[in-house]
Design a protein around this ligand. Sequence first.
Ligand code: ZN
Length: 190
Amino acid sequence: MRAFDAGKYNSARMSILKVARMGHPVLRARAQALDRTRIKSPGTQKLIDDMFETMAEYHGVGLAAPQVHEGLRLFVATLDSERGDDDGEHVALINPEIVPVGADMVDDWEGCLSIPDIRGRVPRHYEIRVRAFDRHAERIELTAKGFPARVIQHETDHLDGILFFDRMRSLDTLTFLDEYSRYWVKSDED
Ligand SMILES: [Zn+2]
């Protein structure tokens, strides 16, 4: 898997995009696949750069194209086993297809830039295999487990109009960020 090409990172040409919030129909639509020509097009390359910039601006670990009003099967993410670590690997995955590895499911906290200041516990496959194109329209395959696997599942759900609320076993853990910090963050043993 290629790391984000820092040599192409030109902040003067990048834009911070407006993030769609829950309720906008684009978040509930199925996004469209990109062919290799479209992946390589300047418009898509600029979109990817802008999505990285937007994700960094809002301290996200993942951002899917529908969240910036583009109905395309594309997301950017920072994949690292240590959550919140800015030094993780930056990837753009296009037309991703996920296959679970094994049957293990794990519950953990998730948030979403389209659902600001809310957290909830969501079950996800512990380990997955992903096939996709990278931003150079090369086929890639990777496996991920734990938090990076969770990020990939969350972002791929966005491409099918699915939000993390839809995946929760119950809404009992739904919490605002302040209350999450106050009541939940220290009892995060499962
Ligand atoms: Zn999200």
